[in-house]
Design a protein around this ligand. Structure first.
Ligand code: NAD
Ligand code: MG
Length: 395
């Protein structure tokens, strides 16, 4: 039986890699529904190449433009976030690739979870901001949650009993989760040097080709901070159980250290088609057109401790986790605003962590009793971050 796939964020970097894996296995997977914000040109290409049954765009105008370039095709076109939730929850869909960028992905990802499907989770911000609710819903609806973020996919693969459903039990034998980080393009820069970097430099990741927001997050190590929180929710651990390890080659995608001294690592070339293919075919394995790992050519793997002073976002993420409740949604919202402002040239690179820190500090923390609390915390933190961007008042 062919698996029907819904791709949320189909025009992005993860969306493109997902379509590539599907193209390689057309007998096994079919593109049933796709959603994206505003990239009309790419969406038209996707429609012509994959002929999905449903297409959702972020706005009415983007939707009309795509529709006009796909005349005569048997596709249902709609727009808006509710329509994205509807395609994610469609009973004809077997698997949902959650690859919208940022907090905007939360509602459609939850809609998919509530129908008990297989969720391929790339959109880490949705888990970071609504963690406890998100995991409760996964449990309640029996959804199969497979992490696509390369580090979490690696950890998942290194916790074999965990993957068979023995949550918790396996973790008794774990000494530490070793979360690797490339260190980003500014790994060796001083704070003074980082104060002058441009968005273009920040988006030039040494090993991975990714969307602009996650590229800036990788440069500021906020990505690792978000991933720290993501790992806590996924694997039922806390920041003290996780050690961030800088590994510039991005060959070891993360590790699990066991109490008997064994350390299991998952390795591979830095290519997101590996975790995507793993998630789509799990528990089987399929080809992904990823170049085999040539260890002789790589020759050397390095590991360093992170520098929390130059990259304060890493500690902020741990602080937000321990603060609990809505603190993680506040931190994420501040970061989304700050990164966007940096990409628009409104603030400097170091201002991102500064804004994150101030917003986290001034945010009231509420216990996450429902989704409304998460949306409210997000809204308040966005406003606070926007005010800081506007006035650039740092105390
Ligand atoms: P991207 O910027 O390349 O693509 C983002 C996609 O989301 C696009 O299709 C865009 O149209 C859509 N989108 C953006 N805002 C939207 C909105 N408001 N409503 C609906 N759709 C919207 O980003 P990406 O690199 O593909 O990353 C997507 C997600 O996957 C992020 O959460 C990122 O952290 C995560 N992720 C990416 C990588 C990677 O290698 N690219 C690795 C791990 C995790
Ligand atoms: Mg990652």
């Amino acid at each position: 039986m062919k698996q029907n796939i819904c791709i949320l964020g189909a025009t992005g970097s993860i969306g493109t890699s997902t379509l590539d894996v599907i193209r390689q296995h057309e007998e096994r997977f079919s593109v049933f529904a796709v959603a994206a914000h505003s990239n009309v040109e790419r969406m038209v290409q996707i429609c012509h190449q994959f002929q999905p049954a449903r297409v959702v765009m972020g706005t009415e105008s983007a939707c009309e433009q795509v529709k006009n370039q796909c005349l005569g095709m048997d596709i249902e076109f709609t727009y808006g976030i509710e329509a994205m939730s509807n395609i994610a929850a469609d009973p004809q869909v077997d698997q949902v690739m959650a690859a919208i960028m940022g907090f905007a992905g939360l509602a459609p990802t939850l809609a998919a979870i509530r129908t008990g499907k297989r969720i391929l989770l790339a959109n880490k911000e949705s888990l970071v901001t609504a963690g406890s609710l998100f995991m409760q819903e996964v449990e309640k609806h029996g959804a199969v949650l497979l992490p696509i973020d390369s580090e979490h996919n690696a950890i998942y693969q290194c916790l074999p009993q965990f993957t068979e459903g023995a949550r918790g039990e396996m973790l008794h034998h774990v000494e530490k989760v070793l979360l690797t980080a490339s260190g980003g393009p500014f790994r060796e820069l001083s704070k003074r040097e980082m104060s002058h970097v441009t968005p273009e430099q920040a988006c030039k990741h040494p090993n991975w080709s990714m969307g602009r927001k996650i590229s800036v997050d990788s440069a500021s190590l906020m990505n690792k901070g978000l991933e720290l929180i993501e790992a806590c929710w996924l694997f039922d651990v806390e920041p003290k159980d996780i050690e961030v390890v800088i590994h510039p080659q991005s060959i070891v995608h993360s590790m699990v250290s066991y109490k008997d001294g064994s350390v299991l690592a998952q390795m591979g070339n830095p290519d997101m088609r590996t975790p995507i293919a793993y998630g789509m075919a799990w528990p089987e394995r399929i080809t992904a057109d990823v170049a085999p790992l040539d260890l002789m050519a790589i020759a050397q793997l390095d590991f360093f401790a992170p520098d929390y002073e130059r990259f304060p976002n890493l500690s902020l993420a741990a602080d937000a986790w321990y603060a609990g409740g809505s603190a993680m949604a506040s931190l994420n919202a501040a970061n989304e605003i700050a990164v966007d402002a940096f990409l628009k040239g409104q603030i400097g690179f170091l201002d991102i962590a500064e804004i994150n820190s101030q917003v986290l500090e001034q945010s009231e923390i509420y216990s996450v009793t429902g989704l409304d609390v998460v949306f409210e915390a997000d809204k308040i933190a966005r406003k606070a971050a926007n005010d800081l961007v506007k006035h650039k008042v740092y105390l």
